[in-house]
Design a protein around this ligand. Sequence first.
Ligand SMILES: Nc1ncnc2c1ncn2[C@@H]1O[C@H](COP(=O)(O)OP(=O)(O)OP(=O)(O)O)[C@@H](O)[C@H]1O
Ligand SMILES: [Mg+2]
Length: 396
Amino acid sequence: MDPVKNPYTPGAGTRPSELAGRDEEIESFKILLARLRDARPEQSQIITGLRGVGKTVLLNTFEDLAEGTGYLTAFRELTQETSLPELLAKDVQRLLRELKLSAKLANAVRASLSNLSAFKLTDPNGFELSIDIRKLSEQPLTDDLIELFLQLGSAAKAKQVGIAFFLDEIQFVREPEFRALISALHRAMQKQLPVTLAAAGLPQIPRLAGEARSYAERLFRFPHLGALDEPDARAALVIPAEREGAAYEEPAIKRALELTQGYPFYIQEFGKHIWNLAASSPVARDDVDRAAPRAEESLDRSIYEVRIQRATIKERRYLRAMAELGDGPYKVGAVAKAMGSTTTALSTVRQKLLDRGLIYATEDYGYLDFTVPRFDEFMRRNIPFRAPPRRNRRTS
Ligand SMILES: Nc1ncnc2c1ncn2[C@@H]1O[C@H](COP(=O)(O)OP(=O)(O)OP(=O)(O)O)[C@@H](O)[C@H]1O
Ligand SMILES: [Mg+2]
């Protein structure tokens, strides 16, 4: 069918034609936005899930909803190198500017901000903030963020505007910085200020302890996104085509859902190739089967190979040994055994893989899993497994 009209959207954060299966999260975010403006407390969301399940797309949808109801927003994608305080300083100064405060209010905000310790107001007439890294230990950072959020929140309240922060790839945030942010949000909530944060990331969310943890539990729900269930996966596949006047025969749908297992990024990639290969509507089962190898090749290149290419030989061997054990999660000791090594000897390579987000520690202590769905299948398909020589085999 006409590739120009192809309605499927493979790609990181690419908005799908049909956002299937997210009604609940969207509805509660709408309620949050409405309640916050009425100074009523409400939990926001930290969305978790593996690679390609639709976290970024959902967070973008939240941002659109916020903007659509007059909120000012700030959206950031974190990386391993990100300094959260620096990003927040930039966002807060921009948001303060965008609030277009009266001279009186602006002066009051500046007066408060000039008392901060790690953050410094550098411009007497604006809101430029610089950061003194030497003072960036947890307590001053927490105190400063609380003050920043209280000032921003009060100014927003005075202007009857809400503020929404969005952080994607939240697994990369450093724990003390995250704790400081949680404390700041908590203070803003206690003061009934219209400031909120929604975030998304891999299942391994930064660990929080003590107060920050109990605050976080009050501030957020943690919806977990996985594969779409049958009706939603069907909608994600069929509705985009219907919008372009095309249909699927029932056996074609069944086959496509079987091959994609309901994973949003699989559905988009398969949908795209099926569309391009099918001569005409309705799409038949045979069209799906013909498109499958191309879709798989495309997924291998776009999702899996890039990740493998960035891994060192040792890291690759580790990932391959995991895959050799079948479906995850994988016991750390069992992976070491499969490599003929010990958990201690492998701790560096394991940590590297964790830091770079290729694997994550599951909730069960001592277990790991891949962060990309079906990575194990890819590894088994494409990379040969090198069993350890017998004489080196040791138990861990
Ligand atoms: N609810 C949905 N229904 C249909 N397709 C979706 C849905 N959510 C996301 N997609 C599609 O799935 C793909 C992945 O989406 P997205 O980039 O948001 O995932 P992600 O969870 O942020 O992945 P990553 O962890 O790699 O950042 C995109 O091609 C997007 O169009
Ligand atoms: Mg994403």
